[in-house]
Ligand binder design. Sequence first.
Ligand code: PLP
Length: 418
Amino acid sequence: MACNFFLRESFGGAKAISGTRRPNAALHSWKANIMGKTAPAARPANPRFSSGPCAKIPNFSLDMLADAPLGRSHRAAVGKAKLAEAIDLTRDVLGVPADYRIGIVPASDTGAVEMALWSLLGARKVEMLAWESFGEGWVTDVVKQLKLDAVVRKADYGKIVDFAEVDFDNDVVFTWNGTTSGVRVPNGDAIPADRAGLTICDATSAAFAMELPFDKLDVVTFSWQKVLGGEGAHGVLILSPRAVERLESHTPAWPLPKIFRMTKGGKLIEGIFKGETINTPSMLCVEDYLVALKWAQSLGGRKALVARAEANAKAVRGFIAGKDWIADLAEDPATASTTSVCLKFTDPRIRDGAAFAKAVAKRLEKEGVALDAGAYRDAPPGLRIWCGSTVETADVAALMPWIEHAFEAEIEAQAEVA
Ligand SMILES: Cc1ncc(COP(=O)(O)O)c(C=O)c1O
């Protein structure tokens, strides 16, 4: 494919070229002066720290997608083979058990979660666990839209609900990693192996970067644009044999649109889990996902991906340790995310926390050292540094002094307007 891949972005009004290229040095020193003090010498080679879509794999180029069967039917042998390969490699890299189904479904992670909620719930009592905005979104779905009389357990940003209180004989819906709070489930120990209910887990910002105990999870969902830096729009829905049993034995009390329907005549539509998607996928995005999965395999698979995210998160936490002006939003290190690391400013001189955090994020963006690193709009003010597996630890490390630099500049700017 004759593609020149250089996404152009504007850093502080100047055109810079993404990926491995950097804005020119003269521009940097001019910008460093804007901040008043000498800027850190090093800067991240890739300033993409967004929590979704996330940084592409290192050295990504659109040329890597040359094998995409563009203009061909996804139902032709070539298209089906690509989709089946995406399923097979997902199983391999994630370590999904052989008897679990993996489907590529419409509407990204939201589509995958809502397919599960609409198709599976209603057979048993439901418990909804939420500790940030996406989990709360699933509560709204179940309580307000499906109108189920669910037990709702919530924790504030920075905390997690107490899994020991949950009755896993109910169907339980939760997010593995709270992308907007930087708090994650530490492991599956609290989930009984012999539970009667189904566990439905939104793992979109966890999958590939954190170990997922599939024996404790009946539904796992994610989308491609997170840990593997893929493209948006496609969801992955993973079902345990017990989830399939529920699909085949339970008829929801509400109507199901075509894009949610996984059974026909009371039997699972097996084709969905072999690459016969319900509607049309983007073969370019599928190719991109395959490239990322193969990159993951080349590193050594899931363990290597987990290690990369952990090293990135450690670089952030090593930097904030002992500082009195910045802290982890996650209160307990055991539940602190290794992908969406959320930070709050704790300096007592800060007058308007939200405005301050936004201004720091803006400075980082203007400098071209961190794009999209502001806290999520519904989360407490602060920064959110994506530490997923496609991010290079050297880039995270290079960003850290810039955070301090931008923080100090903003404290000064605040004092000037006082
Ligand atoms: C935990 C969580 N759930 C759901 C979503 C929505 O994902 P998508 O845009 O792939 O539907 C996100 C997006 O950031 C998320 O972080």
